[in-house]
Design a protein around this ligand. Sequence first.
Ligand code: SAH
Ligand code: SF4
Ligand code: F3S
Length: 448
Amino acid sequence: MSERGVPKQLFIETYGCQMNVYDSERMRDVLMPLGYVLANKPDEADLVILNTCHIREKATEKVYSEIGRLRAHKERRRGEGKTTTIAIAGCVAQAEGEEIIRRAPEVDLVVGPQAYHKLPELIARAARKTGDRLAAEFTAQEKFDALPARAPDGVTAFLSIQEGCDKFCTFCVVPYTRGAEFSRPVKDVLAEARALTDRGVREITLLGQNVNAYHGDGGAGLADLLQELARIEGLERLRYTTSHPIEMSDDLIALHGAEPKLMPYLHLPVQSGSDRILRAMNRKHDGALYRDIIVRLRAVRPDIAVSTDFIVGFPGETEKDFDATLALVADIGFASAYSFKYSPRPGTPAAAMHGQVGEDVKAERLARLQALLSHQQRAFNEAQIGRTLPVLVTGQGRQAGQMHGRSPYLQAVHFDDAHAEPGEIVTVSIVSSSQNSLAGTLGAMVAA
Ligand code: SAH
Ligand code: SF4
Ligand code: F3S
């Protein structure tokens, strides 16, 4: 509480990947006991945290324009006799912390992804205007040990089990912003999963930049960890993201055929269909290995759906390389995908490579790729019509009696049922589909 007994408002803006979503929740959990309430907009916030992403240039630029807006907010409040603390967290904080401090005096605090457990102390220090404004050391274990118990918002939750990356793809900043690969001990992950399940969570998505490179204590791999998690009663669904093709071990592939709690949906970034480009990217796999993994997954779990990431216009990419990407898409058939124009990032090897591709060529290739991918996504959703899917009820829809839920393939599903409770798994007959969601009716199978 503030001096007048009015709760202080906290506003957190989250950019980037699911790891940031998870981290924002943990920051909220560490700050709520200090008397903060969560605000939906920054207007009256006493503390504003921007949880930032450094992955592409656009994401980073957003941070500086947002800081500009917050400066005005801070000045307006100062005129009203109120103080505002501005904190920059996340991957831009880690990568460009010193520059932020230099360029933006209105920023009170810069905190890297592995120092969030220190937020209460750092905020107090910022208020006293003593000490360093920058906290950006790599201490993953300390962070996870020191953060408080979780308060989930619903029946699905993210759980970070691994941070950082040692793969050094030549385009990517993550090894620099998140540090070396670090895996949490099995018992810590199990304890967090049990606590979430006790609070009503039915589906957990394990997170890591390279989640299938997970190596717990005693040599446990991701497949071992998933098997342990599957034993937790009440925890009905498991997912993991993001995976690297070279870490798709035999036991992990086999588990997709053996463990019903493991959902038949895998996000497996490929980046390109050209072996020449994959080599230049230092991806350590080729198109054949990727195709082989998908064939093996479909052999043990025929209904598995696959999503992926692509980068178009990587330095040196020719029309022929790009055709190889389109061919890979046509061969595999993706349920969904993210695709991006290559963005040169400071300090990464690819940024200094010869043969940078022009923006117009990148834009044109991206449009062609996205047309194909969105066609596949629509076709995948349409193929669910007439099927009966087990749907995890996630909440109430906008209209009376309408509910929404999540399919095994991560699609949003809308259906009519006044009695379904969030957390239940119900059977829904799918009757229609759109680009991003499905609609159906509760109960028995309609004619397929
Ligand atoms: N750890 C994951 C994802 C990392 S970032 C993996 O290994 O695949 C998410 C996606 O952003 C990447 O899969 C890639 O497609 C994209 N990306 C990363 N760096 C990029 C860059 N410099 N330009 C464009 N897209 C990029
Ligand atoms: Fe980046 Fe590659 Fe690591 Fe993924 S595997 S986080 S793309 S360096
Ligand atoms: Fe962005 Fe950092 Fe995630 S750079 S994609 S927020 S790991």
